[in-house]
Ligand binder design. Sequence first.
Ligand code: ADP
Length: 487
Amino acid sequence: MPVATSTSASIVDSVPKQLLIGGQWVATDNTITVENPATGAAVAEVSDGGPEHGLAALSAADDAQTHWAATDPRYRSNILRDAFDLMNRRSDDLAVLITTEMGKPLSEARGEVAYAAEFLRWFSEEAVRVAGRYALAPTGNTRLITMKQPVGPVLAITPWNFPLAMSTRKIGPALAAGCTVVIKPSELTPLTTLAFGEILMEAGVPDGVVNIVTTSNAAALCEPLVQDSRLRKITFTGSTPTGRSLIRQSAENVLRVSMELGGNAPFIVCDDADIDRAVDGALLAKMRNNGEACTAANRFIVHSSVADEFTSRLADRMCAVVVGDGADPATQLGPLINQSAVDKVTRLVDDAVALGATAIAPPIATRTHGYFYPPTVLANVPQTAKILSEESFGPVAPITTFDTDAEALALANDTEYGLAGYVFTENITRAVRLAEGLQTGMVGLNQGLVSSPAAPFGGIKASGVGREGGPEGIDEYLDTKYVGLAV
Ligand code: ADP
């Protein structure tokens, strides 16, 4: 049974549609239309902020910074813990919002809410564990005391693919560390962040500590903030070109930056892999979130002796996936975010097929609405195919082969990206060598999922700088100050 339209409509109706600045919901003259990607229908109008709203939000964050930084860690911890409880209590409604504006299946949207909430719990625990150190200088006449202090007001820019988890992964550690925040969600999925803003206010976050600005012109709103010396940090998740531009802009004020950018994850299947596990892992690494995750397996690099078996078993599983509106509980794969996402995947698949790859996909019913693409396995993909160098962000699994581990690593590392990689083998020595050899920030060994609130999520090379989650996550929002004490 699909979720009744009236239920999702009333949940969407209940969300504030304005900007949150200094604890007030502020309406603007213009609005952004939010669409449901499963139908293409407009579901809401949300305030469209301009540079003046961004600067007002930064002023509110700056005004709140000194007091927030001086609050007791336990006070901040309790607020985050209350937000965790509230988020879990509202899981069903938040999941409907995520599915409505982003398209992922409802079961996965519930999974995102649980994952997102865990960042609030994790950082509520980290808030009270921030520590410095005390050491004796080698000369013996000075004591070296280090302390951690909040970096100051943060601009958080989030993408549409995990609208709630990307918000909590940034706001959780920022608040725990004592930083205030201006968050700018994606114009495609603003509702989820606005609903999160309400939760934060209910949990007791003081006015101005978290400000939300929605806009159809991210560049125009963000640039004046990045140029303003009151801002001290940018944390961004999104595409590598936008990340590069923000790093360039941030040079002027020498801002702290955390960048979680694009990926091109290799998924290596060795000849001694447990093929059942590898196929399960492949399905998760490829199909989770409609294929729209930066950690998604983008290239399957399979030993030639098991390539046929792996390909046919993966194709059987992918072709059996139920495609549809994410609001229908039977759906396993929802729509892509918009038409340009469908066009991109189509272009990459057409290019691979023109170069000789074989596409295996189920026939899907022609739809007059929504942005659907069928799950597709591409066999025998030549190395020149663009899909091996560009992030497809869709439910397409291109398969290439290798014969030696050195060749597998060379293929896997032949990319500017370095976010996640996956290795399937039953040989421990090989597993360690391949995990060490992959030029990525994260490796899934015999598993197709690397995300965890307790782990340092992030990439190397053009996939970014900094880590989110884990004990490392809060450090991104803290400066180290050293005091030399003569004794
Ligand atoms: P994607 O292609 O995944 O949408 P983007 O990098 O375009 O990735 O978008 C990620 C986030 O960055 C969104 O919130 C978007 O509005 C924002 N964004 C895009 N361009 C800019 C920019 N020039 N300055 C600041 N934010 C931007």
